[in-house]
Design a protein. Sequence first.
Length: 356
Amino acid sequence: MKVKFIACVALAALACAGQSQQATAATDPKEVVVKVGDAVLTRGEIDADVGKFIEMNKARIPAAQLEAAKEYLTQQFRQQFITKTLLLTEASKKGITVTDAEVAESANDIIKASQGRPGAPASMDEMFEKHPLGAVRARAEFRDSVRIKKFVDQEIASKITVDAAEVKKQYDSIVSNITQRAKASQPEKVRASHILVKTDEKKTSDVAKKEIDALYEQLKGLEGEELAKKFGDLAKEKSDCPSKAKGGDLGAFSHGQMVPEFDKAAFEQEIGKLYAPVKTTFGWHLVLVTEKTPAKTPSEADVQKAVSEQAPKLADVEHRIKSQQIQQRFQAYLQELLQANGFAQPGAPAKTPAKK
């Protein structure tokens, strides 16, 4: 199980800031926000952390949502404090510690996994230095997360055995879906470019027809690359379709994706030849077919190739199932832990006994 690093709450706050409209009232910095066992989190500590995250992301938070973002972050830090404190306490009871080597190994795994991503740090030192809570605090938080993961691995993950029959069942289902998709026949397709002179309340069909005929006369008699280039240039200059930006290129399409008149013309025309204008509900078109792909029924070899390229390994399916079970078991364990340990939020309204 991966334990989420504290930095993620800043982005979550931006997404959920609009859900709360209550401002965080200014209070005594020594006020205890939450207590877990003997550990306490004060208002001053949580406000300082929230302030650092807000400062780092202030350009992305609308002014109207600033207080809501602070409130959301406050609740996130509070919940994280409770969860982390409880889990670290349980880890201590089990005598679980981590060495510098284990921390370094976890750090290297994260760096390797993030390689190639935009803005990915070259080292954990770089990531710690950029953390809003500062490098020293970030290192401590990361070390705690490695220790918690070790505890979860030992007390939860190691005790889960995945049923081999379930792995095989899910694997077979995946392979079956890949096979069905691979066996699906591929329809005939054409790739075409067009020039559209549209008709509307400002331009009648007769006026549009005269304009398209004039463009047709400029292209008539041209062939090959000369026709393709001139067609593209005129499309960019004269077409009323957004495809003009690409020289009129509509990409590849199959039967039924275009209006009937256009569909008929595109599939009947030969590649690279100019034909008379075509009228549709949009207006008048000149159509130039540039590619044709015949319908194809995949062979057994094609199907097998798709399966071999797309199907996961049995070990990967087992890992996914186990990860899901670990997450479910961990959530259940955490709920039991929260209920079994007394924690309180000073200042919260007292619970009212249910009326009989």
